[in-house]
Design a protein around this ligand. Structure first.
Ligand code: SF4
Length: 313
């Protein structure tokens, strides 16, 4: 979305301020909802040089400055020695910001290039190596939390990818213990739409480092699902907000996972229940779901957050 160049500077400043407030509100809401950060935490914020992790660090620093509790932030970047990686950009940016930081240099690029045949996607090995290194660094730094820059659209993309290609109803966790059992991984941008991060990166003029330096092919399936979500968002404002709410409003009796609901042993109770089977009646759906709209700063009205009636279950 291009900003109208003729827009009056006061209006631009006002829109930027609204965006900042919205980002702080949504990140703060996720932190509180999932109890992501507690007093005394040392939060290791993984910064890649992309718009999302810059946005995460930026908003966390703003929240830290006004939080009623004390917690530390350490920004960490992993320099994977990809050809052409501008290794001065992040140290300079982080030093200027005055944030505690650590740059870890590990040539995973050469390892991946050696192991993966030419033309094949390198991402899964590369991310596995990166994860191992980040866990080690988190341990060395004494971090109690690892914060990652995945946002709402990443969460929804993962949900659809798992459904379409993995046969699982599984998204991306907002907060979960790491697979080695040692760290709490948090995603404070869980409620933040990607489009807000794109705009915030423009507003703040983050020195973005392109993520294509490794030369790996983009995951085609993820790209397709990403396009699908973006199209829906344009055509049906509020749909992505509804989908995110759905992730927080799961009804196991109306799914088919026998591990989550004891279908084999349920019995007739003789008592009426709103949550019981409605035979042929279709579930009443609010049409359309009420959506709080805001101006996105580029003159467009966008859904800020859909209001979903949370059913008791
Ligand atoms: S795009 Fe490149 S740097 Fe990113 S995970 Fe894939 S191989 Fe690694």
């Amino acid at each position: 979305m291009k900003r109208d160049l003729n827009m009056n500077p006061e209006k631009i400043a006002h829109e930027n301020h609204k965006l900042e407030k919205r980002l702080c509100r949504e990140v703060g809401r996720a932190i509180v909802d999932f109890n992501m950060i507690e007093a005394g935490d040392r939060v290791m914020v993984c910064v890649s040089g992309g718009k999302d992790s810059y946005g995460l660090l930026d908003i966390l620093l703003k929240l830290q400055a006004r939080a009623p509790i004390h917690f530390e932030i350490i920004a960490v970047n992993l320099d994977q020695k990809q050809p052409g990686f501008p290794d001065h950009i992040l140290p300079e940016y982080l030093a200027k910001l005055g944030v505690k930081h650590h740059i870890e240099t590990q040539d995973t690029y050469s390892i991946v290039k050696k192991v993966i045949p030419e033309g094949k996607t390198m991402c899964s090995l590369c991310s596995r190596l990166r994860r191992g290194i980040l866990y080690r660094v988190a341990k060395e730094l004494g971090a109690t939390k690892i914060a990652l820059g995945h946002h709402r659209d990443d969460m929804l993309q993962t949900l659809f990818l798992n459904m379409f290609f993995g046969g699982k109803l599984k998204g991306m966790p907002a907060k979960l213990v790491s697979d080695n059992g040692e760290f709490m991984v948090i995603r404070p941008l869980a409620y933040v739409p990607e489009k807000d991060l794109i705009r915030w990166a423009e507003v703040r003029q983050f020195p973005i480092i392109p993520c294509t330096l490794c030369g790996s092919q983009e995951n085609l399936q993820r790209k397709q699902v990403g396009n699908l979500l973006r199209d829906w968002d344009k055509q049906f404002p509020g749909r992505l907000e509804n989908m995110l709410s759905a992730l927080q409003n799961v009804v196991p009796s109306h799914l088919m996972d026998r591990r989550l609901f004891p279908f084999e042993s349920i019995e007739v109770t003789g008592e009426a229940s709103e949550d019981g089977d409605k035979a042929f009646d279709e579930e009443p759906l609010p049409t359309p779901a009420p959506v709080i709209t805001e101006d996105d700063g580029a003159g467009n009205t966008v859904a800020a957050r859909a209001v979903i009636p949370i059913a008791a279950h």
